[in-house]
Design a protein around this ligand. Structure first.
Ligand SMILES: [Zn+2]
Length: 190
């Protein structure tokens, strides 16, 4: 199980996604929760980062249902402390939705390319379907260069390869999702 979490956190897509939703510290912070729950103070000490940055990162993750917390009274001073946990399943669920959207979009684009001829500007301004290109007399509306026909066969092959890769990624994420368990019982996740 620990291995699966590590595998997930090594993945380029996952790291990019976490950074996008919760900032540059997100991946370092999430990695710290592989084994245990922690307070923001503990995270701040271990990472040598400001407590305010740690808190705001956790809050951003909480907003997406990824970071969960519970309030506990400390035995030594009777004060409340917030313990946090990370819900790895939620990370995978969000990633899966993103990948499926990409997959659908690609499917649509491939279908579209198979039905229509496309024309492009050699200066890379634009790419248009036949009807629109004809409307511009096959001249780029931006720079007036002659539009050229897109080699759709080559393009479709590339898109299909991309689609296969996304499918592989979806399968892998689904496999991890089925095997992974989160220890977030009793925590408030959203
Ligand atoms: Zn142009």
């Amino acid at each position: 199980m620990k291995k699966l979490k590590q595998e997930l956190l090594k993945d380029k897509n996952t790291l990019e996604f976490l950074k996008q939703i919760a900032g540059p510290l997100a991946t370092d912070i999430v990695k710290m929760f592989e084994k245990q729950s922690l307070t923001p103070e503990q995270v701040s000490d271990k990472l040598n980062e400001k407590i305010t940055v740690v808190r705001s990162t956790l809050n951003s993750l909480h907003y997406r249902g990824i970071a969960c917390y519970k309030k506990e009274r400390r035995k030594d001073n009777n004060l409340y402390e917030f313990y946090w946990e990370i819900k790895y399943k939620k990370i995978i669920e969000i990633l899966l939705i993103q990948e499926m959207k990409k997959f659908k979009k690609l499917e649509y684009t491939i279908e579209d390319k198979q039905i229509h001829d496309f024309f492009y500007c050699p200066k890379k301004c634009i790419e248009l379907p036949f009807e629109e290109a004809a409307g511009y007399n096959f001249k780029c509306p931006n720079c007036n260069s002659n539009l050229e026909m897109v080699d759709t066969k080559k393009k479709i092959t590339t898109l299909k390869r991309k689609k296969t890769n996304i499918q592989k990624n979806i399968n892998r994420l689904e496999e991890i999702l089925n095997k992974i368990n989160d220890d977030t019982k009793g925590y408030i996740c959203e």
